[in-house]
Structure formats: structure tokens, C-alpha cells
Write a protein that binds this ligand. Sequence first.
Ligand code: ADP
Ligand code: ZN
Length: 525
Amino acid sequence: MTSSPTSPVAVLDSVFGYDSFRGDQAEIIDHVVSGGDAVVLMPTGGGKSLCYQVPSLVRPGTGVVVSPLIALMQDQVDALAALGVRAAFLNSTLDSRTSAAVEADLLAGRLDLLYLAPERLVQERTLRLLDRARLALFAIDEAHCVSQWGHDFRTDYLGLSVLHERFPTVPRIALTATATRATHEELTSRLRMEGARHFVASFDRPNIRYRIVEKQQPRAQLLQFLRTEHPGDAGIVYCLSRRSVDQTAEALRAAGIDALAYHAGLTEQERAERQARFLREDGVVMVATIAFGMGIDKPDVRFVAHLDLPKSVEGYYQETGRAGRDGLPATAWMAYGLSDVVQLRRMIDQSEGSEAHKRSQRSHLDAMLALCETLGCRRQQILRYFGQDSPPCGNCDTCLEPPAGWDATVPVQKLLSAIIRLDRERGQRFGAGQIVDVLRGKDNPRSAQADHAALSVWGIGADLDEQAWRAVIRQVLARDLIAAVGDYGTLVVTEKAGPVLRGEERIELRKPSGTGAGARSRARG
Ligand code: ADP
Ligand code: ZN
């Protein structure tokens, strides 16, 4: 490639082999080519890369791409080199001789694109190097990493505001797939992009079918899902802990599925090898913590499964967005249960952060819980979260099999009363298991010892089975009528429960799934 002036469409065709731009790409590229700053919010798979690659080739000089994804830089540069684009990267993995060669290429105008890790860019030495080079633009990829309240915060991103003062004539384009209004505003101000033009693409991923099932035996449920819906397909299974990643991968392998584990406890080399297998081979299932996936461009990921609840809708959207980048049907499947709510709430309560930070994490989690418990269209709820209106989609579980709601006011009153009585009359607080046994009048050693059978609430909920009660508790927790506190997740009633106890508020809950006639018919007690 030479850097002689050509049109964006000509570059799209001759370099990338595509015949037309998608969505806002043409407009974004024109704007940046003519020297404007741009903030681009586009979902994963939307085609953000071309928005800076094409202008870097059209404008004279080198396009500098800031990316936190050091592990992917080599792949990105190789892929560009295969297209004849002169690309290189500078990060901590290079030895000094290679670095020096890259720097010489930059200064001699022999690079179309240069990828830089943020910590490298903000060094004075690098800034002085860039002072001496001819620059086409700065692209700030994964720009939401500058948001301190977001889920991917990187301190070095804060230093990127310096670009505005130091290189006022070089256009900047910030890109992210995270699009809440708060993140958008925060990255705009922190990166000093107030004068930029904003391009906000639709966040709908119509080919992804969203499904959230009630967690019972998660690994068996996952296996059933893979066997019936995605045999032989490539996909990602997310788990919260390294231990559960290892165990799940093992269980899948035992069941004959080509599954690999991926988490931060592995060596860098193990991770690189497994990632390479996932990218290059067909039908590999990657079982991973969320350490895996950022920036992974594998178009034919047919499913993303969550065995644990993500901490926010942004996280869920980003992780599920790795499915179906080729536009063909894909599934976002999640198993979600009472323990997820208790565990994530506890993680927030016990975290080190400031009160403000915890408040923000709680509200992220609450939005995620609302998505799990909704009786309406999942997609509609996700898009509404990103500030976009849309009709019910017809391609999510709640659209395809609308869940029944049931009037759970009386059971919820019984639950609240049981928690209150145990606390007031006995000074005892318990987790969900013991509360359910009291409601169902089911003897256990602890009840016998404390003579719970003498309480007025003993057995008042015998008409619902244990699973139905757990579903009630989960939904009531999700609505903040009760809270699970302390190391053992003991249940306490919150001030929001008052109107329900007084009969001033009706509670409609999702009927537990897979129970046909509903919870009542399954009652044993
Ligand atoms: P993002 O960074 O937004 O997740 P990418 O830039 O990786 O998305 O693009 C996703 C996929 O779509 C890539 O395989 C890319 O080559 C392809 N793509 C992007 N723009 C176009 C286009 N205009 N025509 C055809 N394919 C495109
Ligand atoms: Zn829907």
C-alpha cells in the first residue's frame, strides 16, 4: 500500500475486498478523513475497525490505534499485513531491537497503521516519538475503558486526554461497543471529545436469540442445551470462577465435547494456545471467565452460554455479542438462579470500593436482574437499557413462549412474615434453605432444636414446593423486598416490603418454568 490520496470506497474494495460500507461506516469515515473527531458507539461485529483503518489509509501519515488488547496486536497486524497494509505494533512484548525498527519505520513514513498499548502511548518518550512522525489520526479502541464506573476501567486510558492538547490537529476517533448514556457521556468528557461528532448505531443484534432459564442443575442443563441445539458448534461458556471453569470444561469433555478451559490462572502460553485453537479450529467450545473474549473476532461463534449471572447488562450484552458476528442465527443462553443473586450482592457488599462505587454496582446488578425476571421481551428490555425503543422481537424466549405471570401476593406475604417472625420472636436469621423448610413445615435438626414447629408461620407455605419457593425468594430478592446479608446470605426484610405486608401492593411473579400447570400442582407437602 502506498499512502497516496484515494477515495474510501476505492480502499474498501482494493484493500479489504468489500464492495460497500455498512450502516454509518461511510459517514464516519468521511468525517474522519476530512479531519473531524468522532465518537462511535457500535455493537460488537458492527464493523468498527474499518472506521479507522480506511481513514488511516486514505489520509497521509500513520494511523495510531490505541488498544488495551495487547494479546491480539500480533494477530491484527498479521491480518493487515496479509492484505498488504503496512502495520506494526509497539507494546511491552517487543524486544528493544524490534521496537527500534518499528520506530524507524514510523519516522520514515513506512507505516499505515501503528497499534499502541495505552501505557506505552502515555509515556513521554512515545509522545516525543509521535511529535516527530506524520500522523493520520488517533483511534481509541475500547474507549469505554476510560470510564471509572464501567466494568473495564484501565487507569492508563485517563492519560489519553493528553492527545487533545498535544496533537490538536490530528483527528481522533473513539470507538466502543458499550453504549449506556452514562458511559457515553463519561468517555466524551474524559477523552476531551466534546467537539466530536457522535455516531450511535442501533444496538440490536437480531440474529441472536436470547434465552434465560431457571438454574437447577446447571451443568446438566448446559449439556442438554449443547446437545439438542448446538451439537458440533463453536461457542463460549462463561463461568464466574476459575474453579467452575475447570470443572465445567472437564464435564463437557467427559461428555465428548471438544471443550477448553481459559482463565487468568493459566500461563500466558497456555492461554495463547487455547485461544488459537478456538479461533482456527471448528467446533471448539471455550469455557472461560470473562477474561476471555474481548476483541476476539471469530465470526461463527454459534452460542454464548452463561452459567453465572453477569454483573451488568453492559457485560451481558458484550459477552453475548460475541455470538453470531457473521449474521447467522446464534443463541445467547443463560442459567440463572437464587444463588446468583445472593452471591453477586454479597460480592458487592464485601468489595473494597467506595459507597458511591457500590451504589453504582448495585444499580448495574438490579438492571441485570430485571432483565432476568422480566415477563416482557428480553431484546426490548436490553435495547431500552441502551436508550433505544423497539417493538417485541419475536426471537427471544419470552416472545416465543410468553411466561405466565401469577399473583404471588399471598405467598410473598407469607415469606415476609416468616422472616419477620423468626427474627422478632426468636432473634434468628436464616438463609433461604431454612426459611423454605419453615414455610413448608419440613422438619430438620435445626428446626427441631429451636422448636420452629411452635411458630405461627410453621407450614403456612406447604402448598408450594421447594423449587417454587426458591423462585419466589429469588424474584423477591431481585425486587429488593428482602435482602441477603452477611457471609451466609441470611434474609432480612427491607423497607420496600411494607406496602406488600399491608396489602397495598400486589405482586406478580413469573411462573416457574417447566411446571406446566404451575407451581401449585407440584406441591408435595
Ligand atoms: P467490531 O470491531 O465492531 O466488533 P469488526 O470491525 O471486527 O467489528 O467487523 C466485524 C466483521 O464484519 C469483520 O469480519 C469485518 O471484516 C466485517 N465487515 C466490517 N465492515 C464490513 C463491510 N463494509 N462489508 C463487509 N464486511 C464487513
Ligand atoms: Zn423478544
